[in-house]
Design a protein around this ligand. Sequence first.
Ligand SMILES: [Fe+2]
Length: 397
Amino acid sequence: MGTTAATSTHAFTDPSPPPFYSPLGYIDSNRFRLDKNKAAATHPPGHPAELGELTTFVLPETVTGSAEDVHLGRELVKTWRRDGILQIAFPKDLEVLNYEIRESKRFFALDYAEKAKCVDDQNFAGYIASGEELTDGIADYSEIFTVLKDLPESDHRVKEKWPCHGPVPWPSSVYRDAMTRYMDYQNTTGEKLLKLTSLGLGLQDPETLNRLTRDGWHHMRVLRFPAAHATNGKGKAGRGIGSHTDYGLLVIASQDDVGGLFIRKPRAGERYANWKESSAGKYEDDKHWTYVPPMDNVFTVFPGDMMQYLTNSYLPSTPHKVGLNTRERFAFAYFHEPNFNAYIEPLAEFGGSGEPIHYGTHFTNMFMRNYPERITAERIRKENRLEKLAELKARAN
Ligand SMILES: [Fe+2]
């Protein structure tokens, strides 16, 4: 295999494309060379944006804190700060991903009545029909299966009526197994990325970020977007999901070959603080967006709200939106998150100050806002489960 851009100095010594970084040095970087014409042909119509050329990284098998790891961590941080997003390579024919895609397509092909049964009044997980989710008050066209922590009724948090806690309404045990395996895989990826990020940020304690994710509130959205001409008319023409930022630490996503994701690079003068003022809908129709073209064998990764808060905006949460294309599209977004009951405090290294954020409260607020009519939200209101959050906060202090 060629090793052209995988340099032994672990630096971008070659400024020409493809921007590629591998501490291992064995991957053929040509696999990640963007064919601009092919990429431009996948651009969804009606969404002005520049074509994104993302940097691709190969992660090591384990992160030990070596000099190579520190260097890789710094490159990750530098790339997020410049581009808002980066790619990580994964092996061809990744079985856990293929299995997850196959079973998800099988799920979405079910009759609406079958899919609509997958809801739960304690857990926001399950099926979300096209036109059911709101972003900035406008219906999104995405059709979704959401996976959240799957907890039996016997779990003490479910018994104590913690908001959002309960069993996942799986359509089948086969689907449960497919999703669980995929999420376990991404959990390992997320932990590795957090350790590298801590090293790259130069945190005194390199376990700082990983400590937040013990029994993390990791979750996942399997998304199907209809073709632009095949919607049910509940949303806005051509819009898949409105602009927004995601809630936690890292978003690790994959997409098929259709294309629809747009992100916003960090821009001078633009500030978001989604935990206190919604970033939904911001700059949605502005032209400064970057189109993320599909590429084989990569996940895209960007920071979420809690990473921004921890780093005092040194690593800002990346705004993104989805446009509908001429064909239906599938995408998979895994969210690597803090523990539900974790407090997120600005890191001393970044001179941050401000009240600690209770992650579970932030998460619950976001889901209540996006799915105000769901039976889960109704039960939270009916049983005053939001009050439980105040109790949890008091208990944690
Ligand atoms: Fe998102």
